[in-house]
Write a protein that binds this ligand. Sequence first.
Ligand code: DAT
Ligand code: MG
Length: 152
Amino acid sequence: TFSERTFIAVKPDGVHRGLVGKVIQRFEDRGYKLVGLKQVVPSRDMTEEHYADLSKKPFFKGLVDYMSQGPVVAMVWEGKDVIRQGRAMIGATNPLESAPGTIRGQYCISVGRNIIHGSDSFESAEKEIGLWFGKAGELVDWTQSGAEWVQS
Ligand code: DAT
Ligand code: MG
């Protein structure tokens, strides 16, 4: 819908490798609107909650170790179909299966260092935005000048 929002995070490897600007650029260029942005070192508890549905997987501990090192650049992007389009822009979970031109397909080669997270459904987006941007006033409602040239 018009005001759909998704949670996108540049993971610690993406931050260390200087890819934050490139990720932001892609979402801006596409016409999406940034409504939340911060750099954090997430606690282990926070990371475990974020990935709760994977807690039984053999790679869970490694995943939590990696993410909770930080820093993570956490973002909320808004616009038409942004949840599904965000996933498409990011590419497949395993970068070796990510199409060239997607973020993972262009910048990484390892599933354990795949540089970026994006919500995979409306329900995940709601949960993740609440978890990472739960405090009042952390998200900014604003009207982009020229928005009518992007979305009608
Ligand atoms: P995605 O990040 O594409 O939503 P996911 O939710 O299935 O993928 O998994 C979350 C993260 O866990 C993923 O980005 C990287 C890690 N991961 C997934 N499968 C893995 C595997 N087989 N081995 C190591 N890490 C894995
Ligand atoms: Mg996922």
